[in-house]
Design a protein around this ligand. Structure first.
Ligand code: MRU
Length: 362
């Protein structure tokens, strides 16, 4: 079925003057199609919840905070034609649809966090009709979205002082504006430091197999006027050995209560290299990415994706036919390798189990 596409010029822009990743307009959900970047900048209206599920699964919208926000709005898309139902039935439906949409991707906890927040809001809401509840839920989804903008900006405020003049920063995957509502997580200290006039260099790992670093991070940083160089994933050890990298900042899909960090596959290798070369390894995240119910990273579900992502480079097949493949999309960096967690409340240092709990106890 052909989907209504939104041309580049018609996509709203955020405060960084980058295209919005997600926007809700006149009761409809729109997503920037990130699978087409950087060659084509196009948005897509999401007409039903099945389409939203497919868009999350296909990484049209991706990055932990962004899939949380898309999930909250996506739930509304699945509910808007059911507002005539009796209130008790409507609330049951909200739970069912949230449970289903939450299965679109397993590793980033933000998707389930946002959906659980929508369900809890619905269950506590005193609206006297399904239509009134729906309207209240729209406001809650908008709050989740607006809050994410502010959380990410504050990560930048706390993280920017870590970036000294002439620092070389390595990042992996895309934990940028495209992965969130605006400033990104790993990129937020970079955007804030840049706006304050600090000069620094970024090295973006290309991030096989789906090339989020090459397609997305280098694209958004380049547009923001930040000094960025793209490298392939196997170049970082060499650059570290040459003294070109002074710090690593990455994002995360889920932080366990002990500080273990799930992030894009390859992150753990970067952390181990950073330890070898004595380079600080920071992880940037909003509170919605912390899973206090997950004691350690070993319990975090790791998404396995299709083999074609590994057997091909773009549209071109690069492996023999019938090749056996493994394609874990994430890995878990043990907390011992993490120098600090840059959050909206400040930089949390080890011991993480204790300090995370203290930071978020009220
Ligand atoms: O598979 P993706 O592109 O959704 O993976 C994204 C990442 O691993 C990001 O680093 C993480 O979600 C943090 S986004 C602020």
């Amino acid at each position: 079925m052909s989907r209504p596409l939104i041309a580049h010029a018609d996509i709203p822009r955020n405060r960084l003057n980058l295209p919005e990743t997600i926007w809700w307009q006149d009761g409809e959900l729109f997503l920037l199609d990130q699978t087409q970047l950087p060659l084509t900048v196009v948005g897509e209206r999401q007409d039903d919840i099945e389409q939203v599920f497919a868009s999350i699964k296909a990484l049209k919208v991706r990055g932990a905070p962004a899939i949380g926000v898309a999930g909250a709005y996506g739930l509304l898309v699945g509910l808007r034609d059911h507002q005539q139902q009796p209130l008790a039935e409507f609330i049951k439906l909200i739970q069912q649809k949230a449970d289903w949409l939450g299965e679109a991707r397993p590793t980033a906890v933000n998707l389930k966090w946002a959906l659980n927040r929508m369900v809890a809001y619905a269950q506590d809401c005193t609206a006297d009709s399904s239509a009134a509840l729906y309207e209240q839920l729209v406001q809650e989804a908008v709050r989740i979205h607006t809050e994410d903008r502010e959380l990410c900006r504050m990560i930048g405020v706390h993280g920017a002082p870590l970036i000294k003049p002439d620092t070389g920063i390595l990042t992996h995957c895309n934990a940028g504006s495209l992965a969130t509502s605006e400033f990104g997580t790993a990129t937020s200290p970079m955007y804030v430091a840049h706006s304050e006039g600090t000069a620094f260099r970024v090295y973006a790992d290309e991030t096989r197999p789906l090339l989020q670093g090459a397609r997305l991070t280098s694209w958004e940083l380049q547009q923001a006027g930040i000094d960025v160089s793209l490298i392939t994933d196997n170049m970082s050890a060499h650059l570290m050995s040459q003294g070109l990298i002074d710090m690593v900042i990455v994002g995360t899909d889920r932080v366990a209560a002990n500080g273990d960090v799930a992030n894009k596959i390859g992150t753990m290798a970067v952390a181990i290299l950073a330890r070898h070369f004595g380079i600080p390894f920071y992880v940037a995240l909003p509170y919605s990415t912390i899973d206090f119910d997950m004691p350690a990273g070993s319990g975090i579900p790791i998404e396995e994706r299709g083999e074609e992502e590994v057997t091909s480079f773009g549209a071109r097949r690069t492996a023999p036919e019938a090749m056996r493949v493994r394609n874990p999309a994430f890995d878990v960096t043990p907390h011992e390798f993490v120098t600090g967690l840059i959050t909206e409340r400040g930089v949390v240092l080890p011991p993480f189990a204790e300090n995370l709990k203290n930071q978020y106890s009220e």
